[in-house]
Design a binder for this molecule. Sequence first.
Ligand code: HEC
Length: 89
Amino acid sequence: MLRALTILCLLPLASTAVADLANGKQLLQEHCTKCHDDSVYKRPDRFVTSEAALRKQVDRCHLNTGTQWFDTDVDDVTNYLNKTYYHFK
Ligand code: HEC
């Protein structure tokens, strides 16, 4: 009984933010280091100033990588960048 409850409690965690961030991180490391490294996300004069602008920039930049992404991939990378560097609410 206790074990069943534990499993039920853990399931929602596994399927939400955690997996998405891991996917975002992996995509970023695989496809987004050709032209710039992560210093552009950390510089004081970075030009992305909102989460919407960040998503737009990820979308724009990903077109340069020559890879096909789902909308959810763009979301995952946007979320990862926001959580790790930008911290927009
Ligand atoms: C073909 C080259 C190229 C590739 C590949 C590329 N970018 Fe960029 N990216 C740029 C350029 C150029 C800028 C503007 C840099 C500057 O202003 O100094 C930029 C800027 C950015 C910024 C804005 C930084 C700021 O000032 O806030 C983000 C976010 C970003 N890129 C994300 C990505 C992501 C995510 C990927 C992978 C999907 C990626 N980039 C791949 C060329 C590229």
